[in-house]
Each structure stands twice: as structure tokens, then as C-alpha cells.
Design a protein around this ligand. Structure first.
Ligand code: PLP
Length: 380
């Protein structure tokens, strides 16, 4: 096989074109229009939430979520070291202090057993991030948050449609959608996400006052009764009707999108599970993983790191991406004097040895078999 297999590409259907064309034909191309309201309310409903406020991207969603919780200068927020920089930046942009925790070695999400040690008088929130489509273990996070009166920021950017089994030790455990569990939860709809608006994001909450505040912050905090008068510093984080039109059309077929994502994950696992030098994504009994991106981690027993591995795959026409680099290893934060001399061994191993394989919706069985065969030849 000579053709190139991209790591991910969006799948745009006829309905997306129809809705986007409606925006163009009617002139509703900026941040008002029927698609925004409909996308917000239908996404909130899909996630079992009362309010959805769409914004221009997931990073903005995090920033506004932190602000709407009243987190400001000197306040600490606990988050995993292994995540995208947007999470730490959202705290820093609000004057807060990010406090890091290592990851669970199996799910790669926040290591819940390490959170309590990091709670201080200044802690205001815990930010849990569902990584590569697998839910973080939310029950213990929520229990700690209740115990210490903290907010929970749930980053579900990579976990559209993933499910978490809450209260699993009780007689009646409940499957809950990712995005339904935080005091505020956020999503990204970037082009590589299961549901995309090109660029886009959403903040979800069940609190009407907080929803109102987020709506106001999204749009420069215009006072409704006196336009162009502002009592607070807001942002222009608006989304366009065109983006929401794309998102709504995608949401209409989310069921089949999630089925396809899960199928891709399971097909890779079937073919790769016998390779001893590879760690594959898990699906805990309390989780439904959507395998947003199919991540693999090479054993420390192999001297190949993720970058060398990526080159070998690229030579065979297979595009990959490296895993996140820990927040404590980021140059920008070192320059700020943050996280100096801190060590997070699981995160560091994942960053060195992890990468993700092509996982786009157009991927077919022949390609998965080809990619798996190439990997078998590199790591017998
Ligand atoms: C976990 C997580 N949070 C937040 C974001 C930020 O989203 P965006 O790229 O839309 O700003 C991403 C982006 O991929 C992400 O993976």
C-alpha cells in the first residue's frame, strides 16, 4: 500500500453543506442565528445538561469556565500534568495557580489517589480531563470536591459521547455522559474531534445564573439594558452561525460517529493486543471509551522512543502524532518559574513513549490491518 493514511480528517456530509449554505443564503453568518441556539440546546440535551454556551474554541471554553467559577489571583486549581496546555493556561490567564498531579498508568487520566495531598487552603477547583476518549474516574474527584467544597471543571474536549458509570459501588450505578458531571464542563469542536465545527467549543452547566454569566463573558459583558456599557471585563469568544450549522448537522449523526470510533478502537486492539512491547488503550468496566485517538505506548524495555517509531511509520505512509508533553516540561512554564524540579513519572513515560495512530472516521478495515501489520513488523 503506497497511499498516505492521515492521522485524522473531518468527514463533512450533505447535511453540513445544506445547513452552511442556509447561513450563506440568508446572510446569518456571524454570531446570531438559529443554528447557534439549536446547537447549544441539543448538545446540552445530549450531554444531559441544562445549559450550553457555544464559544470559539475549547481553550476559550476553559478560560471562561475558570473565570465563571470566580477563580482569580492566588487561587489554586489541581489538574493533571498530562494534558494539553490550554488547561494550565486557562488557570494562569485568570491569575490562578495550576497545581499538577500525575496520571493513572492505565487510563492516562488524572491519578485520583494523588489529588488529596495537593489540596491546600487556596485550592478552589479540580480540573479532570478525559484523555483520548477514556473518562477520568469522576466519582472520587466529585467526592473530594464535596469534602473540601471545591468546584469540578470537567474537560470533555476529547470525549464526545463517552460514558462513565457513576456510583458503581451502589446498588444502582448510572451511566452518565462525559460532560455531564462537572460544576462546569467543556468541549472542543476542533476539526479532529468526533463532532466538529472547524474551530469551536462549548461550556455546559446546570446553574442558570452561571450560564448567564458565561453568556455575558462570551460577549464582552455588554449590559443588556445599556449597550456599550460594561461593568466587567469580558471576552469576544463568540462562535458563528456557520460553525454551529456544521456542528448541528454532525450532531444529528453522532450515534453512527461514536459507533465508528468504537469500532476503530476495537479493531486496532484485536490486531495489536499480542505485542508485548506495546501498551494499548484500556476500557475500564466503568467506562465506555470512544477512542477519540487510538494511543499506543511503547514499553520502556524497547529502546525505540515515540519519535523514532513515528518516523518508521511515516516511511510506510502512516501519519501519527506524539502524546502530550507534561505541563512541568513546558519551556513557557519553566520561564515563569512554574513546576521547577517537579517529577511526574507516568506522565514522563507517556510523553516519551506514546503516540497515536490514524483514527479518523474514514479509516477502513484494510487500512487498520495494514497499519497493524507494519507495527507487528517493527515490534515483533
Ligand atoms: C483535553 C483538551 N482540552 C482542551 C482542548 C482545547 O481545545 P481547542 O483546540 O478547541 O482550543 C483540547 C484540544 O484538543 C484538548 O484536547
Amino acid at each position: 500500500m503506497n497511499s498516505f493514511i492521515p492521522v485524522c480528517e473531518p468527514e463533512i456530509g450533505e447535511q453540513e453543506k445544506k445547513y452552511v449554505n442556509e447561513c450563506l443564503d440568508t446572510g446569518w453568518i456571524s454570531s446570531s442565528g438559529r443554528f447557534i441556539d439549536e446547537f447549544e440546546s441539543k448538545w446540552a440535551k445530549y450531554c444531559n445538561r441544562k445549559y450550553g454556551i457555544a464559544v470559539c474554541n475549547g481553550t476559550a471554553a476553559l478560560q471562561i469556565a475558570v473565570k465563571a467559577l470566580g477563580i482569580g489571583p492566588g487561587d489554586e486549581v489541581i489538574l493533571p500534568a498530562f494534558t494539553i496546555i490550554s488547561c494550565a493556561l486557562a488557570i494562569i490567564y485568570n491569575g490562578g495557580i495550576p497545581v499538577l498531579v500525575d496520571s493513572d498508568p492505565d487510563t492516562w487520566t488524572i491519578s485520583v489517589k494523588d489529588i488529596e495531598n495537593k489540596i491546600t487552603e487556596k485550592t478552589k477547583a479540580i480540573m479532570a480531563v478525559h484523555i483520548y476518549g477514556h473518562p477520568a474516574d469522576m466519582d472520587p474527584v466529585i467526592r473530594l470536591a464535596k469534602k473540601y467544597k471545591l468546584a469540578v471543571i470537567e474537560d470533555a474536549a476529547e470525549a464526545h459521547g463517552a460514558l462513565y458509570q457513576a456510583d458503581r459501588k451502589s446498588a444502582s450505578p448510572k451511566w452518565k455522559p462525559c460532560g455531564s458531571m462537572g460544576t462546569v464542563s467543556i468541549f472542543s469542536f476542533y476539526a479532529n474531534k468526533p463532532i466538529t465545527t472547524g474551530e469551536g467549543g462549548m461550556v455546559l452547566t446546570d446553574d442558570s445564573k452561571r450560564a448567564e454569566k458565561i453568556r455575558s463573558l462570551r460577549n464582552l459583558c455588554f449590559l443588556p439594558e445599556r449597550r456599550f456599557f460594561h461593568n466587567e471585563a469580558g471576552f469576544n469568544f463568540r462562535i458563528t452561525n456557520i460553525q454551529a450549522a456544521l456542528g448541528l448537522a454532525q450532531l444529528e449523526r453522532i450515534k453512527e460517529i461514536i459507533i465508528k470510533k468504537r469500532w476503530i478502537g476495537q479493531e486496532y486492539t484485536k490486531r495489536l493486543k499480542d505485542i508485548k512491547l506495546l501498551q494499548l488503550p484500556v476500557e475500564k468496566s466503568w467506562a465506555k471509551n470512544i477512542y477519540w485517538m487510538y494511543g499506543i505506548v511503547i514499553s520502556e524495555k524497547s529502546n525505540i522512543n515515540a519519535f523514532r517509531f513515528a518516523e518508521l511509520l511515516k516511511d510506510k505512509g502512516i501519519e501519527t502524532r506524539p502524546f502530550f508533553l507534561g505541563m512541568h516540561e513546558q519551556g513557557v512554564f519553566r520561564k515563569m518559574g512554574l513546576f521547577l524540579n517537579q517529577k511526574y513519572p507516568v506522565c514522563e513515560r507517556l510523553s516519551k513513549k506514546g503516540l497515536y495512530l490514524p483514527s479518523g472516521l474514514a479509516l477502513n478495515e484494510r487500512q487498520i490491518t495494514y497499519i497493524s501489520d507494519v507495527i507487528h513488523r517493527i515490534l515483533p
